[in-house]
Design a protein. Structure first.
Length: 166
């Protein structure tokens, strides 16, 4: 049997990312989202503590976490395609590109998940939609661009202070 050359990803696998985005799409209801918006929503849901007044982050703060926005796009797309292949979301091709939307199975499926983490995802997804869905694509992009350099930069400052010789 031939071994797979790909490394197994314990965290942020396409499956995990796809499942997280089901919570976002369920919270968005009838509103369709393109991939770029979902990349932003995924970051904001996982690192909600980076937003002033936001709930505590679901995942630990790591250095340079803002760079996740640059590297997770492909993983999220694969995860969305996995969810689409299981008929857990709707995928539409139109003049604006590809958009994703909840279908009848989305809410039913995420409703079956009752763990503490799933409930936290549900709460964060509702918060993300309430807080950011009112922004058009340009305003959301601007918000993310203005803040990406700050998210995770506190570790750089702490490292610099540690290295100071007094």
């Amino acid at each position: 049997m031939k071994e797979r050359s790909q490394h197994k990803r314990p965290f942020n696998s396409p499956l995990e990312c796809g499942l997280r985005l089901l919570f976002v799409l369920a919270a968005a209801g009838e509103h369709a989202c393109d991939l770029q918006r979902l990349v932003s929503y995924d970051y904001l849901m996982v690192h909600s503590g980076d937003v002033p007044g936001g709930p505590k982050s679901l995942h630990p703060a790591v250095p340079f976490r803002g760079s996740e926005l640059l590297v997770k796009r492909d993983v999220l797309q694969v995860g969305l395609n996995q969810m689409f292949s299981r008929e857990l979301l709707e995928k539409k091709f139109d003049t604006q590109g590809i958009t994703y939307r909840a279908n009848d199975l989305t809410g039913a499926f995420v409703g079956l998940m009752k763990t503490v983490y799933a409930n936290a995802l549900r709460d964060r997804a509702a918060w993300v939609i309430k807080r950011f869905h009112v922004l058009d694509d340009g305003a959301l992009k601007q918000y993310m661009s203005e803040n990406i350099g700050r998210w995770g930069a506190e570790f750089e400052r702490l490292s610099a202070i540690k290295d100071l010789e007094l």
